[in-house]
Design a protein around this ligand. Structure first.
Ligand SMILES: C[S@@+](CC[C@H](N)C(=O)[O-])C[C@H]1O[C@@H](n2cnc3c(N)ncnc32)[C@H](O)[C@@H]1O
Ligand SMILES: [Zn+2]
Length: 402
């Protein structure tokens, strides 16, 4: 088959697909080739797709039956074709893209990989496509919403298109709003206020899940987050949807605010949707800033992480080492407190030399608190210790160096 634009064949995971030849679309150094090409393909998202394969396989094994899968914004079809090729127990994959060239290429790639019989390709608006499946016996077990920017415009129809217990995967690439650079845009899109703190990537995940929670609640659907992560320019969340008003109420109860003190690093959480009254920092008296309403519940599930880990070890993925490290960090942090401290940020403020992360972790543990590293920041520590204890640990370590 010939295409009206330059193409090349690449391999990723267990799939071999034809994609636009990105080098043909870089005219200026600042050009972002994936969105200049007539069909979207971004090699940098391999890790995102790898983790999606692992999460879907973990979910399928948990369900213990064949599953139907949907990728409503598929681009060249690579993600969906990988689901069909690499994930056991996938009965059917539904791919869709608004661009006719993308739908055509996705169909071609399904054939190239010998999975065309199980892959159906459509060419319409994603919301229309999802809504056509929002009926009994037409719904999916897994929906992967991977757009440019926010996934919010597709949330409502994605929730409606999922079976009870189905898994929804969401990518958000609009990090400027989510990390507090454009707070008004975040409030508008996600219904929560961000904050430009050192743990803004965790806030981004919590704002995204918070938005999903409130949207799902309107349909009397509760959510449970199985896995989430942040990488470079995007965040990702995987959550199951559970039908029932009580389940929805339970999820809404996990919404709240994170209050942060920019003067002394103190932070605390307040449950509830109603905005907390303006408060002073209990540690230093400065005015606290608030992020939210957002999701204060767990942002990953231990069982899901360990199932994904065992799947990752069997596949020989190119980025296996990086994936296993991330999965183990996420797994170890599942029960850790909300937010994390960034050692370098504290050292900067206190004008102290930067100690090894492990030493700070050990010191906080010696003081009787929980302390674990986080995948969100290689210099971050999740702990139930108050900010003063973290600062003391760092100050003590600095003194020892003298
Ligand atoms: C970021 S790309 C998808 C990448 C793909 N999920 C992957 O893993 O390689 C987003 C895609 O959404 C498509 N798109 C944009 N708006 C759409 C809409 N309203 N309905 C369906 N597809 C749409 C674009 O054509 C593009 O191919
Ligand atoms: Zn304070």
């Amino acid at each position: 088959m010939s295409f009206s634009f330059p193409t090349e064949t690449i391999e990723e995971g267990g799939a071999k697909v034809v994609v636009p030849k990105l080098s043909a679309y870089v005219k200026m150094p600042q050009d972002y080739a994936p969105s200049k090409a007539p069909v979207f393909y971004n090699p940098v998202m391999e890790l995102n797709r790898d983790l999606a394969v692992l999460a879907l396989q973990a979910h399928q094994k948990l369900l213990g039956r064949e599953v139907s899968v949907c990728e409503p914004l598929t681009g060249c079809g690579l993600r969906g074709v990988r689901f069909a090729v690499e994930v056991e127990g996938v009965r059917r994959v539904f791919l869709n893209d608004l661009k006719p060239e993308a739908a055509e290429l996705a169909g071609f790639n399904a054939e190239l990989n010998g999975v065309a019989e199980r892959v159906e390709v459509a060419n319409e608006d994603a919301n229309l496509f999802l809504s056509r499946h929002a009926a009994p016996r037409k719904r999916f077990d897994y929906v992967d919403v991977d757009p440019f920017g926010p996934p919010v415009p597709y949330l409502d129809s994605a929730i409606r298109s999922l079976r009870n217990g189905g898994l929804l995967a969401l990518t958000a690439t609009d990090m400027a709003p989510l990390c507090g650079v454009h707070p008004r845009a975040c409030l508008r899109k996600y219904g929560g206020k961000p904050l430009r703190t050192e743990y803004c990537h965790e806030l981004a995940v919590r704002l995204l899940v918070g938005c999903l929670t409130m949207m799902a609640a309107k349909h009397a659907v509760g959510v449970k987050v199985l896995f989430s992560h942040s990488v470079d320019h995007y965040v990702r969340a995987y959550a199951t949807v559970d039908y029932g008003a009580r389940r929805a109420d339970k999820s809404v109860k996990q919404m709240g605010y994170i209050l942060h003190c920019f003067a002394c690093f103190h932070r605390e959480t307040v449950s509830g949707i109603v905005s907390p009254l303006k408060r002073a920092c209990p540690s230093c008296g400065a005015k606290l800033s608030a992020a939210g309403p957002l999701w204060l519940g767990r942002i990953a599930d231990k069982n899901c992480c360990s199932q994904m880990e065992s799947e990752a070890k069997q596949r020989g993925l190119r980025q296996e080492k990086r994936i296993l490290k991330m999965l183990s960090l996420v797994e170890n942090g599942t029960e850790a407190p909300v937010t994390y401290y960034v050692v370098d940020k504290i050292c900067d403020k206190l004008n102290l030399p930067v100690p090894a992360l492990k030493k700070v972790v050990d010191r906080i543990e010696e003081a009787g608190f929980q302390a674990v590293p986080t995948h969100f920041n290689s210099r971050g520590i999740r702990t139930d210790a108050p900010a003063d204890t973290v600062k003391e640990a760092i100050t003590e370590l600095a003194k020892q160096r003298k």
